[in-house]
Design a protein around this ligand. Structure first.
Ligand code: OVV
Length: 407
């Protein structure tokens, strides 16, 4: 058996088109919509020779592969590497990279820490912080929204919500870049991210221990589960690490992409200002339209079949969430940003047992920022060109020069 990028080299399944594309090409990562459309047009699955993987981008198959944890496991890694063949770059996540029954225990603990009640309790604090930040930016005039808003807000409120005694925004953002780029191949993006390890990983690991967490916050709830014997101390530390892995880049991206959408489609911003009850559906549409997490993998744990395609044990399947979220058989006029559409069933937060456990928190963060903007800002305009930042798993902005205006 040959191994490519740490996973099995598979045969091309009968009837599956071979597509000589690199999904991790920088140009595709920055501007993926043509790639998404071509992927969907080719069939339920394609075979990509460069990595010897299957990829899917139609809503139906992407959802099926993503949610069927028995046939398409996460325990062999949700990036290109197969953990059965190659050691992961860090001790594996005990919630992301694990299957039932073990998954249920850790999932229950994190779901409790991030429950609707726990996140609702933070609402007031989030609003105060958002109002303060938006006031500052209004006063400032033009600003760089990735650094000054999209990164600034989550790296202020999130470490506090976790209960970190020490904050280091740079390390949090850089660690997120490592975790998500690590899901791709051994390309320049992944290598550059990994190079930040020595200045980033020790700080992250250190903050996960009980002594560095306050007695209030998500961290405290996780360690209370250790005290109750539900998990052990080491598992508690690992779950705090999961918060720090998945909680920053994702919300930074969600906020940045929401701002980009509202600046790009001023008529939709106007509509939202006129009807703030559209805020929740507007953010769902931001998620569908921009797909902050563009792709995650699964691994076939046995020979199986999806939509008539025979999938062999060990096959890595790249589930292109961004493509599924633009599937024309699922949504009418999918390339239109429409805050009134209520895009139930989008896959931006995943689906099934591994669906984003922090989604209440993410929505609460965005709601605070958008509420403040709707109350204080009349116009959002670009003052320069928006630039997207290539990342092996995240579709995020790199530069977003904006100005907030009042009437
Ligand atoms: C990148 C990512 C997403 C979700 C969870 C985790 C990481 C984790 O470390 O558990």
């Amino acid at each position: 058996m040959k191994i490519i990028e740490g996973h099995h080299e598979i045969d091309v399944p009968d009837g599956v088109p071979v597509w000589d594309v690199d999904p991790y090409d920088v140009n595709i990562l920055q501007d993926p919509s043509d790639y998404y459309a071509e992927l969907r047009s080719k069939g339920p699955f394609v075979f990509i020779p460069k990595y010897s993987i299957l990829a899917c981008g139609r809503h139906k198959e992407t959802k099926e592969v993503f949610s069927d944890w028995e046939r398409f496991v996460s325990s062999r890694g949700v990036g290109l590497q197969d953990f059965e063949l190659e050691e992961p770059w860090r001790p594996r996540s005990i919630i992301l990279e694990v299957d039932p029954p073990d998954h249920a225990i850790t999932r229950r603990v994190l779901a409790r820490a991030l429950s609707p009640k726990a996140t609702a309790d933070l609402k007031e604090d989030f609003q105060i912080e958002a109002d303060k930040l938006i006031d500052e930016l209004l006063e400032k005039g033009s600003f760089e929204a990735v650094v000054e808003l999209a990164e600034e807000f989550p790296t202020t409120v999130f470490p506090k919500a976790v209960g970190l005694k020490e904050n280091n925004s740079r390390a949090l953002v850089d660690y997120g870049a490592m975790v998500f780029n690590a899901l791709g191949p051994d390309n320049e993006l992944r290598r550059n991210a990994m190079a930040m390890g020595p200045t980033t990983v020790p700080w992250i690991v250190e903050q996960c221990s009980r002594k560095n967490l306050k007695d209030k916050g998500f961290g405290a709830t996780i360690f209370a589960a250790a005290d109750a014997g539900e998990i052990n101390e080491e598992q508690a530390e690992k779950l705090v690490r999961s918060l720090l892995s998945a909680g920053v880049d994702t919300t930074v991206t969600g906020i940045g992409s929401a701002l980009w959408c509202l600046a790009s489609f001023p008529e939709q911003f106007k509509r939202l200002k006129e009807d703030p009850s559209l805020m929740r559906p507007a953010f769902e549409e931001v998620l569908r339209f921009t797909s902050p997490v563009h792709s995650f993998c699964r691994t076939a744990n046995g020979d199986t079949e999806v939509s008539g395609v025979k999938i062999a044990e060990g096959s890595k399947i790249l589930c292109v969430l961004g493509a599924a979220n633009a599937d024309e058989t699922q949504w009418s006029d999918p390339n239109k940003f429409d805050i009134g559409r209520r895009p139930t069933g989008h896959l931006a937060m995943g689906t099934g047992i591994h669906g984003c456990v922090g989604q209440n928190l993410a929505r609460a963060e965005v709601a605070a920022v958008l509420t403040s903007i709707l109350n204080k800002v009349d116009k959002i305009e670009f003052t320069g060109e928006a630039v997207w930042r290539p990342n092996n798993a995240i579709h995020a902005l790199d530069k977003l020069p904006l100005i907030f205006k009042t009437a």
